[in-house]
Design a protein around this ligand. Structure first.
Ligand SMILES: NC(=O)c1ccc[n+]([C@@H]2O[C@H](COP(=O)([O-])OP(=O)(O)OC[C@H]3O[C@@H](n4cnc5c(N)ncnc54)[C@H](O)[C@@H]3O)[C@@H](O)[C@H]2O)c1
Length: 274
């Protein structure tokens, strides 16, 4: 029988670590949660319990699932507590030196076959993998915030990540009920590469007094025509509408409403057009 993931070690009981512990425990995995102090670990577990109860109130999870899930979560104040973990997910503060230090230490305590991963939003998976001594068993698992409610998970292979690690990690994410998007190991991967410059520009727009929050929100619902106005009005090449977008619009490929865009919807099953 192949390698089976049963126990997850989560490093960092902050916003993301708590969310990861929450979804893993509900999916039936044992979870060991680590942070810099027993107080933070205890507070993290208490927050997960509160989050689950809120999810019950909102009708998102079954009340009967909460107690068994909480019983599966334990505190792991020392790295040695991860000795029997099958998959480690590093979700500590986004500082590369700190992550390297954690991963270097972690590697000494986990079993040889365990998969080690990071939830980093932007740091190179290949660089992080290099300090573990098992780069083929290292992968990026990028959950979105808030983890219990966000469907998407980006998987990022480092240069050395092997196929078995990738497939086993994929199966784990599927078992959590999430949808996978595979990204190459480029800074900030796919979602944040696209989203953050857009959010930043939206904040500049507000900062410069171009419009109110409401107005900016409404404007964002358009695309090519707004890009053209920006390009003509501000004469900055960064606003040049992507030629591919222009081509699609000229072809009348406007997406769902015209049955064709980046996907072809005509057969009922969306088929990518590139
Ligand atoms: N918040 C988001 O929207 C989001 C989304 C996706 C990915 N991420 C990534 O997830 C990771 C965690 O982000 P967050 O928002 O949960 O941050 P956070 O500040 O809420 O939590 C970080 C936690 O890491 C702990 N920590 C710091 N040093 C540690 C150490 N040496 N050992 C163990 N724990 C340590 C801190 O005490 C804190 O509890 C980052 O890499 C971040 O880029 C965040």
């Amino acid at each position: 029988m192949g390698f089976e993931i049963r126990k997850i070690g989560v490093i960092g009981a902050g916003q993301m670590g708590k969310g990861i512990a929450h979804v893993c425990a509900l999916a039936g995995y044992d979870v060991a949660l680590n942070d810099i102090s027993q107080e933070r670990i205890d507070a993290g577990i208490a927050d997960v319990a509160a989050q689950m109860r809120r999810a019950v109130e909102r009708g998102q999870i079954d009340a009967a699932a909460v107690e068994p899930a909480l019983e599966r979560i334990s505190g792991a104040p020392a790295m040695a507590d991860f000795a029997d973990a099958d998959l480690l997910i590093e979700a500590a503060t986004e500082v590369e030196d700190l992550k390297r230090k954690i991963l270097t230490e972690l590697t000494q305590f986990v079993k040889p076959g365990a998969i080690i991963s990071s939830n980093t939003s932007s740091i190179s998976i290949t660089r992080l993998a290099a300090v573990t001594g098992r780069p083929e068993r290292f992968i990026g698992i990028h959950f979105m915030n808030p983890v219990p409610r966000m469907q998407l998970v980006e998987l990022i292979r480092g240069i050395a990540t092997d196929d078995v690690t990738f497939e086993e990690t994929k199966a784990f994410v599927v078992k959590l009920g999430k949808t996978i998007s595979v990204s190459e190991d480029f800074p900030a991967f796919i979602v944040n590469r696209i989203l953050l410059p857009m959010i930043n520009e939206a904040i500049y727009t507000l900062y410069e007094g171009v419009g109110s929050v409401d107005a900016i929100d409404t404007a964002m619902k358009l695309c090519l025509s707004v890009m053209q106005v920006l390009h003509e009005g501000l004469a900055d090449s960064k606003y040049r509408p992507c030629p591919l977008l222009v081509k699609y619009v000229e072809a009348g490929w406007l997406g769902k409403k015209t049955q064709r865009g980046f996907y072809d919807y005509r057969s009922g099953t969306p088929v990518p057009t590139r």
